[in-house]
Design a protein around this ligand. Sequence first.
Ligand SMILES: Nc1nc2c(ncn2[C@@H]2O[C@H](COP(=O)(O)OP(=O)(O)O)[C@@H](O)[C@H]2O)c(=O)[nH]1
Ligand SMILES: [Mg+2]
Ligand SMILES: [Zn+2]
Length: 291
Amino acid sequence: MMEYGLLLKGVGSFYEVLTDAGDTVTCKARGAFRREGLVPTVGDRVGIERQERGYAQLATILPRKNVLIRPAVANVDQLMIVVSASVPPPDWMLLDRLIIAAEYLGIEPIPVLNKVDTADASIRNAFLNDYKAFDTLTVSAETGEGINRLNARLAGKVTCFAGQSAVGKSSILNRLLPDLHLETGGLSRKTDRGRHTTRHAELWPYLGGAVLDTPGFSLFETECLEQEQLDACYPEFRKASPCRFPGCMHVTEPDCGVKPLIDTGDLPAARYERYVEIAKDCQMRRKHRYD
Ligand SMILES: Nc1nc2c(ncn2[C@@H]2O[C@H](COP(=O)(O)OP(=O)(O)O)[C@@H](O)[C@H]2O)c(=O)[nH]1
Ligand SMILES: [Mg+2]
Ligand SMILES: [Zn+2]
């Protein structure tokens, strides 16, 4: 009899699956996956068959909604992109690039401002103004502020936590799941980085969904997007009237529909400035794609 569940982690040729009935079962993959070039991936919805003796068999992998690479994780619903309200100061460009990667993969990006207990007013204001097109969260892993609202957003979803080092990703996850005992803080950071390169992705079941720490997921796929694909990654642009020129980059072209959004306040100037840099970068990479 086939049972279905969520692939939580893989270690060597073994896989841990949380069944819909709530059991955690260690499985071995069917040999045929390798011949078919299919790699069971954390986040996969899988079918397993328990055996009379020995390990259960991971028998089928259901079609994936999306896959992140490095670390590999499938079927991600949302990406919580964490920035710090004090130290380290936010890398807004990284935030914008992670938003693009999420939008491109069909994952909901959720900018999260952590450390609001130590918030610098200018950082908090920039965050709230520049990301008002998103359903942002403001939290403190230290005091617990905002954690209830965070929980409401996590329930029933597969969520990855991303963002630069020391913004408090592990501290937030420790607050949600105290048994994890993830290492936090400055001293562990160096060893952290070394470990992340070899560490396997692992999903932790939480509130009917699951969470995952993704320290440095790759932005490779979004480095040379076509202009239209890049446009689709900016929710602010949805209010724009059509531009005169198809493929308009919204920089110096006449009769651009996007640029007026800066004056109406729908497109924050800082987001636009970073957008221009990203768009020019994409254009340059498209040109050199086949060099
Ligand atoms: N004041 C304050 N410090 C925090 C908060 N969250 C994390 N930190 C501190 O920031 C440092 C880095 O946190 P960590 O969770 O290791 O960040 P990570 O690298 O993103 O996983 C640690 O010293 C934490 O104690 C917070 O909400 N408020
Ligand atoms: Mg960490
Ligand atoms: Zn335009």
